[in-house]
Design a protein around this ligand. Structure first.
Ligand code: TRP
Length: 466
């Protein structure tokens, strides 16, 4: 099979370009905002263990499969599946599901990114001017109130959702090299520096050990069938796999770039950041006598509260939320890039038009999420009817169902459908680890048997069918 390289101009400038951009996509709100709070809600230890197992045994093989499809075809998801399956509509549907998932995830992701910008602004305003209403490390309730006020204010949510989408679009319009690669290099560099600083701070707290034992101890009390699916879904969400984002980034790789090694590095970085975020957040939570089960507000309440007590608290808090927004942006651009590349590749649109159209559609789709905390219709009424508001429903469907379904499709495709000779050659090319004896076989085994079996079993279990 021969594959045409159509987009010679759209390649990463350097090998590091892909790692940085893909790690930028992986590391995001999923690591800092979502992981600590869902781990907290599910009781810590056991959830973390299952999540790590899913990440290594299911997420990483799918990531390798995605990068491989991307690098081989040099195409965005739908076209890549079309090319490799001779336009089989089922497999093209798997690609399309990815594009739809991208729309759904970014629509609410941007709302949370907006919360980050809001908190950044609050911290900066307090640092330079000392605003009213930012309670200098007073009681935790005061911070809880700020978060609740934000949640219930449709206007604030929509405004910051807009700002976040504008920033994301601005980067994606610039294209692969100038926009995505350069943006990610800068932002990720700063990100790691700040994370280490905060870890050192958390390490100095009296409750650090308590935090460590919450994360790594074996706590299974609150772990349910739903937690199992949540851990699976989140392991995909955090790696950005299951919808073709990593596939799209992989399509900007050169023929000889290492697929296996880079995927492992990205997964390692990603889990280090998620665990790091927990090791920062839980010691702080316990120190203040707060609960780890407080939900989406965990980061937004506990961090400003803890930092507010320090003398340079609001400076640190500004730095922290800057970091959070940076991480969110490098992830959001990968989501927007999938939908944009779809329009460019499938319909021959210009990048600018494609990015603007997608971003407008996603922005509109995000408005009900932005209103979920305050609106009667998207919030209270939906919760009464479905047990979840619009925002929660989107997050639940996209992470717990669409991503695992997409991952299932990708694993079946590469495991069973793709010619073995092609996948073997591509797996090994440019990769030292890929050439080690047995590694390819293990990967194929995981994709063929373990990944599909585990995903289907966990879904059935969540539906209470097994
Ligand atoms: N991985 C990112 C995070 O943890 C979110 C994200 C970016 C994502 N691109 C994705 C999730 C693609 C699923 C699919 O915050």
């Amino acid at each position: 099979m021969t594959h045409t390289t159509r987009r010679t101009s759209s390649h990463w400038r350097s090998k590091l370009g892909f790692i940085v951009a893909a790690a930028g996509s992986a590391v995001g709100l999923g690591n800092i905002w979502k992981f600590p709070y869902i781990a907290g809600e599910s009781g810590g230890g056991m959830f973390v263990l299952v999540y790590l197992l899913c990440l290594v045994l299911l997420g990483v093989p799918i990531m390798v499969a995605e990068v491989l499809i991307g690098r081989t075809t040099q195409q965005s998801p739908v076209k890549a599946f079309a090319e490799l399956s001779s336009r089989n509509s089922f497999w093209m549907g798997v690609g399309l599901l990815g594009v739809i998932t991208g729309f759904v995830i970014l629509s609410y992701y941007s709302v949370v990114g907006g919360w980050g910008i809001y908190y950044f602004c609050l911290s900066v305003l307090h640092t330079v001017g000392g605003t009213e209403g930012w309670p200098n490390g007073a009681d935790a309730e005061a911070y809880q109130k700020i978060f609740e006020q934000l949640l219930s204010s449709g206007r604030l949510n929509v405004f910051f959702h807009t700002v976040f989408m504008l920033l994301t679009t601005g980067i994606v319009i610039q294209g692969v090299r100038r926009g995505i690669e350069r943006g990610a290099e800068w932002l990720m560099g700063m990100f790691f520096l700040i994370l280490v600083l905060l870890l050192v701070y958390a390490g100095s707290l009296a409750t650090f050990n308590e935090g460590v034992s919450f994360v790594f101890g074996f706590h299974a009390e609150r772990f349910t069938a739903a937690s199992l699916l949540e851990a699976l879904g989140h392991s995909f969400f955090t790696l950005s796999v299951g919808m073709g984002a990593i596939l799209t980034y992989g399509s900007y790789l050169q023929e000889n770039d290492d697929i296996v090694g880079t995927s492992l590095i990205i997964a390692l970085l990603d889990s280090l950041v998620a665990l790091g975020a927990c090791l920062i957040l839980f010691p702080i939570t316990f120190l203040q006598g707060l609960e780890p089960t407080q939900g989406p507000g965990l980061v937004f309440v506990n961090i400003p509260f803890a930092l507010g007590r320090l003398s340079f608290g609001s400076v640190l808090s500004a730095v922290f939320f800057f970091l959070l927004v940076c991480a969110a942006l490098t992830s959001a651009i990968s989501l927007l890039e999938v939908t944009t590349a779809y329009l460019i590749d499938t319909f021959g649109w210009q990048r600018k038009h494609a990015a603007l159209t997608c971003s407008l559609a996603i922005f509109l789709l995000g408005i009900p999420s932005a209103l979920s905390g305050g609106s009667d219709f998207f919030g209270t009424r939906m919760t009464e009817l479905l047990g979840k508001n619009w925002f929660e429903l989107f997050d639940y469907l996209a992470s717990n169902w669409f991503l695992p379904l997409g991952g299932l499709g990708i694993s079946l495709f590469v495991g069973w459908f793709l010619e073995a000779s092609l996948s073997r050659t591509e797996f090994r090319r440019g990769s030292n680890i890929g050439k080690v004896k047995g590694v390819y076989q293990i990967w194929v085994f995981l994709l063929r048997y373990l990944v599909p079996f585990a995903i289907v079993a966990m879904m059935l279990h969540a539906l209470e069918l097994i």
